[in-house]
Design a protein around this ligand. Structure first.
Ligand code: NAP
Length: 267
């Protein structure tokens, strides 16, 4: 067989993200990275359930942006660290999008209270594990029956700290995110038989409310100096990776973690 490389190259250049009409749930889709993911999916014509925990106003804003872009979106309040609430969340998801959920983005999370190990409370440890790790298990389990064989996608938002160990005071968080990364690989194996891909995205320093509330200007500058590309990332930088993983161009990628950190992991 003679391969016409001009044709091959032409196809490779056609990196389009054709997701129109698909359905997605983005946990923690009301603010920051989750919001950028939800809005990017919405702009591609995906119908998005925007989960949030307490900030209904932010969730409504996200929904409004998606609807203004011509797609459909619904805000649903639920604490994804709690099974009862996840069950209720998925009842709502079914009510809005029916029995088929094409894309699950497990994004909700955050470090919570930062404390050195000597003074870390059991409660703080358990809460961090529940919000960041248990939530991913609960939502994955609840979504499983709704994900279509051959094309379903699960994308878990982990963190650079899963590999680096993170900053002082965040041992519970980096341990939970390391759990998310390995849960991602375990799920990739289990879901492979159904041709559903499971991947992770590991952001580095992304300027969202987490850093607005917890990082001083001088700490942020210190972090910036450790980023080879020379600047702190934005939520949209993470959303681009998620769109790629949702696209058909990524159908042969599973069990992978994409690091989005401006090269910070190399330092
Ligand atoms: P963010 O701006 O604080 O937003 C967090 C989002 O998660 C909000 O929508 C929040 O809802 C939701 N949420 C929190 N706890 C929840 C719960 N129990 N149930 C349901 N929703 C919940 O944080 P972000 O920076 O976008 O972080 C998003 C993800 O990226 C997290 O998993 C985080 O660990 C990860 N990450 C972030 C960075 C970074 O530099 N920003 C780096 C690495 C990894 P409400 O609006 O209702 O509060």
């Amino acid at each position: 067989m003679i391969v016409d490389w001009r044709e091959v190259n032409k196809h490779m250049l056609e990196i389009t993200v054709n997701l129109k009409g698909k359905t997605a749930l983005v946990t923690g889709g009301s603010r920051g990275i989750g919001r950028a993911i939800a809005e990017s999916l919405g702009r591609c014509g995906v119908k998005v359930v925007v989960n949030y925990h307490s900030n209904a106003e932010a969730a409504d804003e996200t929904v409004a942006v998606i609807e203004a872009a011509g797609s459909r979106a619904w805000p649903v309040r639920a604490d994804v660290s709690c099974k009862q609430e996840v069950d209720r969340l998925f009842e709502e998801v079914r009510r809005y999008v029916g029995d088929r959920l094409d894309i699950l983005v497990n994004n909700a999370g955050g470090p919570g209270e930062l404390t050195p190990i000597d003074s870390m409370t059991e409660e703080s440890w358990d809460r961090c594990m529940a919000v960041n790790l248990k939530s991913v298990f609960l939502c994955t389990q609840a979504a499983s029956a709704m994900l279509p064989d051959e094309s379903g996608r699960i994308i878990n938002v982990t963190s650079i700290s899963a590999r680096s160990g993170g900053g002082i005071g965040g041992a519970h968080y980096s341990a939970a995110k390391a759990g998310v990364s390995n849960f991602t690989r375990a799920c990739a194996k289990e879901f492979a038989a159904r041709k559903i891909t499971v991947n992770g995205i590991a952001p580095g320093v992304i300027y969202t409310d987490i850093h607005k509330n917890m990082t001083t200007k001088s700490q942020l500058e210190e972090l910036r100096r450790r980023i080879p590309l020379g600047y702190v990332g934005q939520a949209k930088d993470v959303a681009g990776g998620v769109l790629f993983l949702c696209s058909s161009q990524a159908e042969y990628i599973t069990g992978e973690i994409i690091e989005i950190n401006g090269g910070m992991l190399m330092n």
